[in-house]
Design a protein around this ligand. Structure first.
Ligand code: TA6
Length: 319
């Protein structure tokens, strides 16, 4: 049975719990989403947590939650200094607009509209809808941005996904070979990733650019805990620009981030060794800006799929 309930979570902040409970009463799949930032903070697939939240995260309803899937809008980073870093969507209280379930899934939908505070920082009328669908095989997140005002605006959007991993030293990432990226660790130079398999042994902060690289394939993150315990996760992504005249696919960039030890230590809401246990793989539309005319929408999707079948995994990682 798929079901939802509303609860108070850390810091007494309201959250929605979505889950599948078997006839034997076992919760096999679940996820949790705080109304603060509409931040998804947990996704358990057959009881195994896939999402990282910092043990030192601050739950005061003011600071963005360190971990989960914070929603980045209307800017990535802080190109516009009148707006907060990564925009305001992750630090606003969203409304839960609906929850629904059927025999195969459970869905929650959240909404955020401009208000006096956002209008002061960013003078546009927008409507955001965030939809999370949990099934037995995947977690699907969709951020839908509509221009409901009378003036055009330009924006960026990103799903800042923190994935939990056993240990960063045992992780390989596939899918970035041959792609151009902007290296934020090297003062924003662009380079091409020539490695077949990306392993991380120092700070990494890259924006893989679909516009310059051609299609970025599905990304596979493989964690090897020991020889008999290999887990893989596939990240699929898609964005569309719904224009008055029709729908166009948008290039989706992918940010890869791990702060390593020095930056972990500098973050007040991360243990010094926190970098060992997570990796951010973040699909977004962040290269340049998307212009949305009145009535237009930008839709950003991410689907996370645990990969079980070793043959499927081999095909994905060898391509
Ligand atoms: O998405 C990667 C990034 O932009 C990094 O540069 C890094 O600083 C990170 O996000 C975290 O940003 P935050 O504002 O949450 O501390």
């Amino acid at each position: 049975m798929w079901r939802t309930r509303n609860e108070l979570g850390n810091g007494d902040l309201p959250k929605v719990v979505m889950e599948f409970c078997s006839e034997a009463g076992v919760v096999e799949h679940s996820c949790e989403i705080y109304l603060f930032g509409a931040t998804l903070t947990s996704w358990k697939h057959f009881g195994t947590e896939k999402i990282f939240v910092s043990p030192s995260a601050i739950w005061n309803g003011v600071k963005a939650i360190r971990g989960g899937i914070p929603l980045v809008f209307p800017q990535f980073g802080q190109p516009n200094t009148s707006l907060p870093q990564h925009g305001f969507a992750r630090i606003k209280n969203w409304d839960l607009s609906s929850t629904t379930s059927d025999t195969k899934s459970v869905t929650a939908e959240f909404r955020l509209r401009d208000d006096g505070q956002t209008f002061q920082q960013w003078p546009f009328h927008f409507a955001l809808t965030y939809t999370v669908v949990l099934t037995a095989s995947s977690l699907h997140c969709n951020l839908h941005i509509s221009n409901i005002g009378e003036s055009p605006f330009c924006c960026q959007a990103l799903l800042h996904t923190y994935l939990t991993i056993g240990n960063i030293n045992d992780v390989s990432i596939f899918g970035f070979t041959g792609l151009s990226y902007l290296d934020k660790v090297e003062a924003g130079v662009t380079a091409v990733d020539s490695d077949h398999e990306r392993i991380i042994r120092s700070e990494v902060d890259r924006v893989y650019l679909e516009e310059y690289s051609g299609k970025i394939p599905d990304i596979i993150i493989r964690s090897i805990n020991n020889e008999s315990d290999v887990t893989s996760l596939k990240v699929m992504k898609r964005a569309t620009h719904v224009k008055i005249g029709g729908v166009e696919d948008k290039p989706v960039d992918v940010v890869l981030w791990n702060p390593w030890i020095e930056k972990s230590t500098a973050l007040v809401d991360m243990p010094n060794d926190g970098y060992l246990n997570f990796l951010c793989v973040e699909p977004g539309v962040v290269q340049g800006w998307t212009d949305l005319l009145p009535g237009e929408c930008l839709s950003l999707n991410q689907e996370l799929i645990p990969v079980h079948d070793s043959k499927e995994e081999q095909n994905l990682t060898s391509s």
